[in-house]
Design a protein around this ligand. Structure first.
Ligand code: PHE
Length: 338
């Protein structure tokens, strides 16, 4: 048995010198150390040895096994190195190929407009606040003087959720949330998402608004005008004209829809403005006393104004996009242009 073990050792060491691939190395290992391998076979004979011989041969067997296992390990490392060297020699790198440019992301056009809008109002001293998109009927309608039978509550316009919740149809509920928690003066803008059941060239079911609210003593409608004109001229250019058309909102009185002179034709009339020279960008008005009562403000003591504008509308004007829905199709060819 001693001779057999020694023979195995010499054989294997010899064979290892001839090995050229990992596959050959593995077959050699199996040939000797596999379940039916030569070394394994010899070990099976151990049982038949006498008590005196067993420890001596056991020790030898262990030495052989461990020295061969080292030899296999070394052979494997050498093969790995050889393989890598060959691969490096075979591959050539074409350094004349242009590198791969990482594609850089940037702000979505709607976000760009939103950021610019925030900047302008912050410079005028407005504070930016946000509120929840899932609202209650109370904040979205009731507290805004919009009673249960009001057409704005129509199923066709509002995404109702379960147990009295809904997706806010405008950013106005944040007016209520802020006034409930803060005494006047209030001077805030509220950028955020709003939702309505609507889908065509100028409407998407999710869209963005910026709400504005200013409450203090002796706030007047002319101050509303001043703030909005200043915003529009910074946003669309110093030549921008603005007009107020009488309108109705349950939460403002008096109310107005506000147009700016068409940015495409400067008011001469073109396709973008439906040949009127004007484009509507927001709704606004003096805060209705009922709204003040809902938040326990005294309408005898304070007055205020509020406005709400459509951000996609403004992005449309800035970038001249004919179909508002393209903002949300996530087509990189479109988005990379801004
Ligand atoms: N919330 C109104 C809308 O979505 C806009 C608005 C806000 C009008 C504030 C007046 C005052 O149409």
């Amino acid at each position: 048995m001693k001779e057999e073990l020694e023979a195995i050792q010499t054989e294997v060491l010899q064979a290892l010198k001839q090995i050229n691939t990992q596959d050959q190395l593995e077959s050699l290992r199996i040939e000797y150390f596999g379940r039916k391998g030569k070394f394994t076979d010899v070990m099976k004979g151990m049982g038949k040895l006498s008590k005196e011989e067993r420890p001596i041969l056991g020790k030898l067997a262990n030495e052989v096994r461990s020295s061969l296992s080292d030899a296999f390990e070394t052979a494997k490392t050498e093969l790995d190195c050889k393989q890598q060297e060959q691969q490096l020699k075979a591959e050539s790198i074409d350094i004349t190929l242009p590198g791969r440019k990482p594609t850089l992301g940037k702000a979505h056009p709607v976000m760009q407009v939103l950021q610019r809008t925030e900047e302008i109002f912050m410079q005028m001293g407005f504070q930016v606040v946000t509120g929840p998109e899932v609202e209650t009927e109370h904040y979205n309608f009731d507290a805004l003087n919009t009673p249960p039978n009001h057409p704005a509550r129509d199923l066709h316009d509002t995404f109702y959720l379960t147990d009295g919740h809904l997706l806010r149809t405008h950013t106005s509920p944040v007016q209520i949330r802020v006034m409930e928690n803060q005494q006047p003066p209030v001077r805030i803008i509220v950028p955020g998402k709003a939702y309505r059941v609507d889908y065509d060239v100028s409407h998407t079911p999710m869209f963005h608004q910026v709400e504005g609210l200013l409450v203090d003593r002796h706030v007047t409608f002319s101050e509303l005008k001043g703030v909005l004109v200043s915003f529009a001229r910074q946003m669309f250019g110093a030549q921008t004209q603005m007009r107020f058309r009488p309108h109705f909102f349950p939460f403002t009185e008096p109310s107005a829809e506000v147009d700016i002179s068409c940015t495409v034709c400067q008011g001469k009339g073109c396709r973008s403005c439906g040949h009127t020279g004007w484009i509507e960008i927001l709704g606004a008005g003096a805060v209705d006393p009922e709204v003040f009562r809902a938040v326990n403000y005294d309408p005898e003591q304070v007055t205020g104004f509020a406005f709400g504008m459509g951000v996609e509308r403004i992005a449309n004007l800035q970038f001249r996009i004919p179909d508002i829905r393209t903002f949300y199709e996530n087509d990189l060819r479109f988005l990379h242009q801004f």
